[in-house]
Design a protein around this ligand. Structure first.
Ligand code: 76R
Length: 249
């Protein structure tokens, strides 16, 4: 039986996507709208403090296209905290003007396919800990999609020997490294937590780099033969100060 790879797991992650009900937003009084914006900004300020204290991180982006209007990606040490944040938002005034579009629960994951050169446990290394509990970059663009590794006929990832999977992942990482400094990727695992096996979240300064990286990876054997992909969501950063202009009508 093929051996499972050991994973290192960090903060829990919630991707919360919402659609704005612009009709009811327009019907609200300007006082009501202002109060809703102010309250949401206060929530964001609170989360910014959590991020400064290194107890979590978050990212707020608008979403292009009809799949949603904004995405809130939240990282916290426990599932309970994610749940609490979700409920807190649901109780807010702004939430009354939104509809759920999609959500995804996962946990930041690094796998131990690459052998540790110095024989030390990688999980104890500060640079690995920093990647497991990352502060999300505030780069201009985000791209989020869930994915599976295929198990179909002869192309069954889960039946491959450990070494073969390790080699394929190594090839994959070589393609990824070409984009160092241009793309930051956060891989979150979601087996047992949500409908797909992983979520891929990419941050970029240039939206074209997202397309180029994903395109190039399609030719890596691991994506070409074993990758099955869900819905893609893409958008631009929405800083707290720009909320009023985003919601201005
Ligand atoms: O953790 C590391 O950075 C080391 C190498 C590495 C691993 C183990 C790595 C590097 N990835 C790993 C694991 Mn990845 N990754 C994806 C996608 O669209 C597609 O074709 C696939 C979606 C992208 C775009 C991407 C980007 N990666 C994984 C896993 C877990 C697999 C498992 O455990 O079986 C998945 C599902 C996955 C998918 N990857 C990189 C990138 C990039 C840009 C890198 C280089 C990071 C860097 O070194 O700077």
């Amino acid at each position: 039986m093929p051996e499972a790879v050991e994973t290192m797991d960090g903060w829990y992650c919630l991707h919360d996507l919402r659609t704005i009900d612009w009709t009811s937003w327009k019907l609200a009084s300007s006082d009501e709208r202002q109060a809703a914006i102010f309250e949401f900004q206060q929530l964001l300020e609170k989360w910014e403090q959590t991020e400064k204290d290194k107890k979590g991180s978050h990212a707020l982006y608008t979403v292009v296209g009809q799949k949603a209007d904004f995405i809130l990606m939240i990282l916290r040490p426990t599932l309970e905290e994610l749940n609490q944040i979700e409920t807190e938002f649901n109780k807010s005034k702004l939430a009354e003007f939104t509809r759920p579009a999609y959500s995804y629960v996962s946990v930041v994951e690094l796998s131990k396919y690459m052998p540790s050169k110095d024989g030390e446990d990688p999980e104890q290394k500060p640079e690995i800990q920093a990647r497991l509990k990352p502060t999300l970059p505030k780069w201009q663009y985000i791209c989020f999609y869930p994915m599976d590794k295929r198990r179909q006929d002869d192309d069954n990832w889960y039946m491959l020997p450990f070494e073969d999977r390790g080699k394929l992942m190594y090839e994959h990482s070589k393609t990824g490294r070409k984009y160092a400094g241009r793309i930051r990727q956060i891989i979150t695992g979601s087996m047992g937590l949500d409908d797909w096996e992983w979520a891929v979240t990419l941050f970029a300064h240039d939206s074209l780099d997202i397309k180029k990286l994903v395109y190039e990876m399609r030719f890596d054997e691991v994506s070409a033969r074993y990758g099955d992909f869900g819905t893609f969501y893409v958008g631009s950063i929405l800083p707290r100060e720009q909320l009023p202009s985003f919601l201005q009508i």
